[in-house]
Design a protein around this ligand. Structure first.
Ligand code: MN
Length: 165
């Protein structure tokens, strides 16, 4: 991967983008925007924030100060998962396909399946990923601060933490 691509990928994952996620306070738009399918490149989930094979497909950045959400698909291959993290203003996860898992700090691990909808409140330490044998794709809609920040990354999820019943 080229250095510039790495920098862009890191920027996207730290905040879903200082250029991408930041709320645009400039002149309000007067008409709709259609982002054509296939025009936004997939990104490899950086090893600094994910264990295993993860693909991120960015969908949208925050468009208005009163609707400060960023959105994207995240696809985890079997066994892959995020590191531990928190979100400053919370996150919705819509499980699109497959079977996954999510865990909370000092809590149990729960199975999540296509059609399930999760809400993670602000500052709750958690992780999400695939199940050991099945991939999982979720759409993440993440609350974003005015500076673009929407996640605080922490340590990796150990194999033991991934497998707690
Ligand atoms: Mn999360």
């Amino acid at each position: 991967m080229k250095f510039t691509t790495v920098i862009i990928a890191l920027g996207l994952m730290i905040s879903i983008g200082s250029f991408y996620g930041r709320v645009n306070a400039a002149e309000p738009q007067k008409s709709q925007t259609i982002t054509k399918t296939g025009t936004q490149a997939s990104i490899k989930g950086p090893d600094a924030f994910f264990t295993g094979a993860v693909r991120i497909d960015p969908l949208f950045g925050a468009k208005h100060p009163d609707a400060p959400f960023t959105g994207g698909y995240v696809t985890f291959e079997p066994g892959a998962r995020s590191f531990w993290h928190t979100h400053p203003t919370g996150q919705h996860l819509l499980v699109i396909s497959g079977v996954g898992r999510t865990g909370e700090w000092q809590g149990k691990v729960e199975e999540i399946k296509a059609g399930d909808i999760l809400w993670c409140p602000p500052s709750v330490k958690h992780w999400h990923g695939a199940s050991p044998d099945k991939a999982m794709t979720h759409m993440a809609i993440t609350g974003t601060l005015p500076d673009g920040k929407n996640v605080e990354w922490m340590e990796p999820v150990t194999g033991e933490q991934y497998n707690i019943k």
